[in-house]
Design a protein around this ligand. Structure first.
Ligand code: NAD
Length: 260
């Protein structure tokens, strides 16, 4: 069974697009015909993403910007709005795993990094995307939370707190714009094989050894599977879905904490 989306004529802004879930999502939007404005950290990865997107025939731009930097984010959004004319879809996906350790072993800097990238970074997107979409009559926003945004996990307390916060932002902003033809949702992925997951657990093998026993479907997901959820939530197929955090985790959450 093949599902295809048509985003031709649509402008999509992806923040945190250079690797992993963001990159897979950018490629999926490109295959669906969207015009793309992509961002993230890492000029070399940005350039290689751009090459792949253009090889697919997409109209695409990459701009490096740090989501923690309010003025850089304001400039990024101005540039994206100028280039695309109208941003129909925004994907706020930038995130870091931070230091994996018990709470008493974390310093101020560890806390600040996680909150500034994972939570304030999303705020720094929403505050520009919402007025633009109101002005242009609508849109769809998808924010990246995590399975760790709906549960706790030992040694990732502040990461979890940042991702719970993303759902609070998502729910509240969804209500603020519910009558403006703007839908705001979050994705809450379980384990996805990306650089972030291998950083969190030390290596790809470390990630497999730790998380596969907790996943009822018995595998770690591929970023392309997460991209499909982002396209669905961004599309008219999800026209009555707003303020949700959609868990995509191979059954881990419903299996419950007893599995951990
Ligand atoms: N991989 C997983 O298992 C998993 C599970 C749940 C949620 N997530 C979330 O998915 C999102 C994407 O992560 P991923 O797993 O694809 O990892 P990744 O490391 O491949 O991607 C992270 C992206 O965020 C960008 N980024 C990081 N810091 C930034 C900053 N300061 N400013 C701008 N961009 C920045 C990177 O450039 C990159 O594009 C993150 O928010 C992460 O928390 C991942």
């Amino acid at each position: 069974m093949q599902v295809t989306y048509d985003f031709s004529g649509k402008g999509v802004l992806l923040i945190g697009a250079t690797t992993g879930i963001g990159r897979a999502t950018a490629l999926a939007f490109a295959r669906a015909g969207a015009s793309l404005y992509t961002s993230g950290i890492g000029a070399a990865q940005g350039e290689s993403l751009l090459t792949e997107l253009r090889d697919l025939g997409a109209d695409a731009v990459f701009e490096e910007a740090d989501v923690r930097d309010g003025s850089a984010m304001a400039a990024l959004h101005r540039n994206a709005f100028d280039r695309l004319g109208r941003v129909d879809v925004a994907f706020n996906n930038a995130g870091v795993s931070g230091k994996t350790a018990p709470v008493q072993d974390l310093e101020d800097a560890d806390y600040d990094l996680l909150m500034d990238v994972n939570l304030k970074g999303i705020f720094n997107g929403l505050r520009h995307q919402v007025p633009h979409m109101i002005e242009h009559g609508g849109g769809a926003i998808v924010n990246t939370s995590s399975l760790f945004g709906v549960m706790g996990f030992a040694t990732t307390a502040v990461y979890c707190a940042s991702k719970w916060g993303v759902i609070g932002l998502t729910n509240s902003v969804a209500l603020e714009v519910a009558r403006k033809n703007i839908r705001v949702n979050a994705i809450a992925p379980g384990s996805v094989m990306t650089p972030l997951l291998t950083d969190m657990f030390g290596s790809a093998q470390g990630a497999r050894d730790t998380v596969i026993p907790m996943i009822p479907m018995g595998r770690i997901s591929d970023p392309a599977e997460i991209a499909q959820l982002v396209l669905f939530l961004s599309s008219d197929a999800a026209s009555f879905i707003t303020g949700q955090a959609v868990v995509i985790d191979g059954g881990g959450f419903v299996a419950g904490a007893d599995q951990l």
